[in-house]
Design a protein around this ligand. Structure first.
Ligand code: C5P
Length: 435
């Protein structure tokens, strides 16, 4: 599978070739992609949104103003790896070239921070028309990838250039593009080459490899402190932020170890995962790796206390009566141990606060001897614990260094990893200069 962990948004316009899109969806999913589809109003006449929804498992976007459960046009591509528009009609190509946003697809395309790949399909005179050609050229100059149409029989009964490439060819193109890691396409490939200017494409295509050669250790999720064989003390962390950081660090070329508390999330591709339960297990696992890492990010919501005594048998309420007193003792602070280690890696902590966030975060940065701290406002219900979105304020010892406003955790993770790698590298060059 070549598109594992990739989110692909498939935009479908109202050309006859739209009937091939369920197959295109199926092939993308077969490669492991998480596919979201969006149709123009005319495409909805040609391909059933019900079919697309059943295939992808996600609501299908169409109009910009919709009160259904579908995702809005700004968020749709915010964390996507690519927006693929197939078939792309002359009409939509013209709208894309001129920045129009009159339906969900064109609006999403205008807001898309990811690479855009289009597969035009239309009658040959429409394709050759100077207006269409000028629009395509404009899009290409802006870094849009164009999969040129093939020659052959067309839906209008004529024959000529304008047939959408076959779904298998389009999928092969997407795989090659997203997995090429900056290398040019092989000379002998049958695929159309990306035709956008190279500096634009490499900048848009893949995250910068700013983590290449670095060893990153991330703690994630909650911990569980046993009370007796069936009960635990834990917290509301879902682990999503730490897992998103591990994925972002890996995509940037780092060697990543993820020490995860009990969560049921899939391990990001090519990440070395170590499962732990208690804070002590997590402490031991971090300590064992400490000499072999450059950066440690403490994203886990570690239980601050554990039971002084773990009951070997299940506690019976009949025996305990109306109240039960448990004695808790403090766990070691993992990230503080990392921050005070010698030699110490670049150390990043998180602070989840309900009030006086900046003061608490700065105090923790000092006390735990961190290089950076990311502050989560957990009193908000729309971000932080157990949600898909987050918003962070990031501080170093001199004050605030970044304000990352509300966005999906994958997007926040990408921004935070870029910041961490950039600061790590700046720190190393400073040290080299002073040496
Ligand atoms: O002090 P507080 O728990 O709010 O600090 C949060 C930060 O410290 C997070 O980065 C968390 O992963 C880390 N932490 C830790 N070990 C603990 C408690 C917190 O590493 N025992």
């Amino acid at each position: 599978m070549q598109l594992e962990q990739r989110k692909i948004v498939l935009g479908i316009c109202g050309g006859i070739a739209a009937y091939k899109c369920p197959e295109l969806c199926r092939l993308l999913i077969k490669q492991g992609a998480d596919v979201y589809s969006v149709v123009t109003p005319s495409a909805a006449q040609l391909v059933s949104p019900t079919t697309l929804q059943a295939l992808t498992g996600h609501a299908v976007g169409c109009e910009v103003f919709n009160h259904g459960d579908e995702i809005g046009h700004i968020e749709l591509c915010a964390d996507a790896d690519a927006l693929v528009i197939a078939p792309a009609t002359a009409n939509t190509i013209a709208k894309l070239a001129h920045g129009m946003a009159d339906n969900m697809l064109t609006a999403a395309a205008l807001a898309a921070p990811c690479p855009i790949i289009i597969a035009p399909a239309m009658n040959s005179r429409m394709y050759r028309h100077p207006a269409t050609q000028a629009n395509l050229e404009l899009l290409q100059q802006r870094g849009v990838f164009i999969i040129p149409p093939a020659e052959g029989p067309l839906a209008c009964g004529e024959s000529g250039i304008g047939r959408m490439r076959e779904p298998a060819e389009i999928v092969a193109y997407i795989c090659a593009l997203l997995n090429r890691n900056g290398l040019p396409f092989a000379e002998n490939t049958l695929l159309p080459r990306p035709e956008a200017p190279l500096e634009l494409t490499s900048q848009k295509l893949l995250p910068k490899a700013n983590g290449a050669g670095l060893r990153v250790l991330i703690t994630a999720g909650p911990t569980e402190e046993p009370i007796d064989p069936v009960r635990v003390i834990t917290n509301k962390s879902s682990g999503k932020m730490g897992f998103a950081l591990a994925e972002a660090a890996r995509k940037r070329g780092a060697n990543v170890t993820l020490i995860a508390g009990p969560v049921s999330l899939p391990t990001p591709a090519q990440v070395n995962r170590i499962n732990v339960k208690t804070a002590q297990d997590m402490y031991d696992a971090v300590k064992a790796k400490l000499d072999d890492v450059d950066i440690v990010i403490g994203c886990a919501a570690v239980s601050d206390y554990r039971l002084a005594y773990v009951y070997p048998q299940k506690l019976k309420k009949e025996e305990q009566g109306d109240s039960l007193t448990l004695t808790l003792i403090k766990n070691e602070d993992i990230i503080s141990m990392v921050g005070h280690a010698n030699p110490r890696p670049f150390t990043v902590g998180f602070a989840a606060e309900t009030m006086h966030g900046p003061e608490h975060a700065k105090e923790k940065l000092q006390r735990k001897n961190l290089d950076l701290i990311a502050l989560n406002d957990v009193s908000r219900h729309d971000v932080g614990f157990n949600t898909d979105d987050n918003a962070l304020l990031v501080y170093d010892k001199d004050g605030q260094v970044a304000d990352l406003p509300k966005a999906p955790k994958r997007v926040i993770a990408a921004q935070l990893m870029d910041l961490i790698f950039d600061m790590f590298r700046k720190g190393t060059t400073q040290k080299e200069k002073h040496a």
